[in-house]
Write a protein that binds this ligand. Structure first.
Ligand SMILES: *Cc1c(COP(=O)(O)O)cnc(C)c1O
Length: 408
């Protein structure tokens, strides 16, 4: 049997090291200036202030605040909404734990909405079935860089008078009908973790056009100390989630490269999409209307009724040929993770789940057909702004030949 489909493996850039990241002299100079200034705290320095001004401008939002991670950005957003214990925040079953810990730490209950099995995103329809008299906010995640269908979600939220938090950790510069995601809802949250579109290793940003929410977010990041006020105090319970000046210096240099990262990712993703047309059982990313998908990752839908073994079998062949990938993405829906399934939160209290309405904790698989279908079929390919046409050709060829092998 001839198994040597590809004779030699082409090493692919990885966003976990310099091969797939865009760090250079600009970051080195910025961080050197920050160090030389001797001021490394954002409460006194200039880099974090500059970053916030620049990012607000970039996002065309009135306010931006930097913080220590995407998870802390989301926690800050939830805290700004200030839910009462046991109130529900509607979120998605396919997301990062940082989005859910944000809700739980503020004593709110994550209420999981199902996703569209082709875009992996929540929809107005799936959100609507989760709305109750306890709903305090909707948190949407623009998964993989593909925008949620926001018009219907905004209409639904307005009808119920509840705010929208956008988790844009995977969706820098993604656009819904020409508008940047993160600027459509009430608060947008971003991550600068190692593997995002731009990076500082760890870091986060929040944006808002609402001055009251922005003020609360500024305070929350700063132990709720009223910096600059006539009679400052610690106004409410809040952690120190500040970004430090070294990180902000790197973030400023990275922000100059965001357009590059996004346009390169889109360019090479489009090349792969063109290359994969006409392969039985494979569907390239589903993008609605004129939306702009910014490809944090590149996802394929693998139809197991056509391709024997589905995404697991295809993923195995890809890995053997050096094409790293994640069949099934997070493997299981968020509500099946131990922390949520077993309510491992605060001591043995089960808080805040112990305050939840039973229907908010109903994780029966029948309620999540889109989620289970999505995870059963998705094949996630890492992506990077350093991918070149030769990498895409290699990936495309490996996928095509691997599907042929599985089809026998
Ligand atoms: C990365 C990510 C987060 C968390 O960001 P960190 O910076 O890793 O804390 C939250 N939500 C989503 C969708 C993410 O991809």
């Amino acid at each position: 049997m001839n198994t040597a489909v590809q004779t030699s493996i082409l090493p692919l850039p990885s966003d976990q090291d310099i091969s797939g990241r865009t760090f250079g002299q600009e970051e080195i100079e910025a961080v050197t200036r920050a160090l030389a200034s001797g001021t490394l705290t954002s409460t006194k320095g200039e880099f974090t202030k500059q970053l916030e001004i620049q990012f607000a401008k970039y996002m065309d939002c009135l306010h931006a605040h930097a913080c220590s991670s995407g998870s802390s950005a989301l926690h800050t957003a939830v805290a700004a909404i200030n839910p009462e214990p046991g109130e529900e925040i509607i979120t998605t079953s396919i997301t990062d734990m940082g989005a859910l810990s944000a809700i739980l730490y503020q004593g709110a209950v994550p209420r999981f909405a199902d996703v569209d099995p082709r875009t992996y995103n929540v929809t107005a329809k799936s959100i609507e079935s989760c709305i109750s008299d306890r709903t305090r906010a909707i948190m949407v995640t623009h998964l993989f860089g593909n925008p949620c269908e926001m018009d219907e979600i905004v209409t639904l939220a307005a009808k119920h008078g509840i705010p929208i938090l956008e988790d844009c950790a995977q969706a820098f510069l993604a656009e819904y009908k020409g508008r940047l995601v993160g600027s459509i809802g009430d608060i947008g949250c971003f991550s600068l973790q190692q593997g995002k579109h731009i990076s500082t290793g760890e870091g986060g940003l929040v944006v808002s056009n609402d001055s009251d929410l922005a003020r609360r977010m500024f305070l929350f990041i700063n132990k709720a100390w009223g910096y600059g006020d006539a009679n400052p105090d610690h106004y409410f319970l809040a952690p120190n989630y500040r970004m430090n000046e070294l990180t902000s210096a790197v973030a400023l240099a990275q922000l100059d490269k965001l357009d590059f990262s996004v346009s390169q990712r889109i360019h090479t993703a489009d090349l792969l999409t063109a290359q994969l047309q006409g392969i039985d059982g494979l569907t390239t990313p589903t993008i609605h209307g004129q939306n702009k998908h910014t490809y944090w990752k590149y996802c394929l839908d693998v139809n197991p009724d056509v391709i024997p073994g589905g995404t697991l079998a295809l993923g195995k062949l890809l890995k053997e040929q050096g094409v790293f990938c994640a069949p099934r993405y997070i493997q299981k829906p968020a509500f099946q993770c131990q922390v949520i399934r077993d309510k491992r939160t605060f001591g043995n209290s089960g808080f805040p789940f112990n305050l939840a309405a039973p229907e908010a904790l109903d994780y029966s698989p029948e309620l999540f057909p889109g989620t289970f279908e999505a995870l059963a079929r998705v094949l996630v390919l890492p992506w990077s702004e350093r991918y070149e046409p030769k990498h895409v050709d290699y990936i495309g060829e490996v996928i095509r030949s691997s599907v042929e092998r599985l089809l026998g």
